[in-house]
Design a protein around this ligand. Sequence first.
Ligand code: FNR
Length: 396
Amino acid sequence: MKPFISVTDARRRARRALPSSVFDVVDGGSDDEVTMRRNREAFEGWSVSQRVGVEFDRADLTTTLHGNPLAAPVVFAPCGLTGLVHPDGELAVARVASRRGTLAMFSTFSTHSLETIALAASGPKWFQLYFLGGRAGADQLVARAETAGFTGLVITLDTSVVGNRERDLAHGISYPMERDVGTVARLLPQLMRHPRWLGRFLRAGLPMDMGNASDPGAARDRRAASDMAAGMFESPPGWPDVERLRERWGGTLVVKGVLDPRDARRAVELGADVVVVSNHGGRQLGSAMGTLQALPAVVAEVGDSVEVVLDGGVRRGTDVVKALALGARAVAIGRPYLYGLGVGGEQGVEAVWSVLVDGLARDMRLAGCPSVRQLSGEWIQRCPEPRSNEPSAMRR
Ligand code: FNR
């Protein structure tokens, strides 16, 4: 596989490699995609300090995340239904994370079961919990994750209902996804324009099930799985669940989907070890804040007591620099690795990680900062607001 020039290049190539319905499931946001765009714009609003003449060969990218050593401060965010993109899905992510010395979070909505993923991931792995099958179902998932060796439990709180993803609606896709004849027939013409993707998908037996919807070894029952997914929205997790799960879970407890410092404070009071500043990649509440915009207030509120991770719109080494300079311990990526997965499976995921982390190493040298652990407010300044009469091409 040809290496990626950038994450933007990975996205461009994924757009060609995937049927448009699958690309849009990955690439799309909610409503007018304002939140998704704000994630990117928030990065553009800051500049990185440049110190010259500093002598060092290679910046030290290593750090830790709640005690887990990381080769670089970039981890994998949990994404559901990766099997639509490539049948290896989460297994590819697990292998790349292990090989590259980073941590990965895996979704309840994974295509592969958490037990299968655990076997593929020799590095640190966290399980992201949705209440599939209600509270009783969630308790079973937590027990399974513990047995399988996941050391972190990630409770995503921003998904009480699915966001309004209009690109999916335009393709006739709704959640929980159904493998009904009508949908397949409607999408068939565009699927057939991507014979490599289609061949892989057919050979793998149409991997669009949720691997966690049944106990390991039990026969897959699609109707039951779909009822369980529907049940998830009848009892989405709230703060009392965080409290209850804190008592039950001995490992790292992570609350994901926080933008407001009051929620960050609440998570910490209830015993969270890590807070993920996230708006779900702009796929949930329309017109929410960009995550980098939300980060400083969250760090000011809880940064002394817990580690903060940021996700949403991280596409360049300088984005990582900015998030860390504003107090994040690490960043997580979602779409970038899904683009890579769509282009080249496991190799593609690795190529995305490389292009981002090599970029970070280069940017650290150019900025003159020898270690990611030294990044602080000194390394970043707010850009002046662009003058509104400037041509937009000059602003980009
Ligand atoms: C997600 N995300 C997500 N989050 C989560 O907690 N559980 C999940 O099952 C999913 N599923 C999911 C599917 C797809 C296709 C995408 C793109 C995203 C959100 C994800 O963890 C992360 O917050 C965002 O992807 C980060 O933004 P970027 O990196 O995609 O811009």
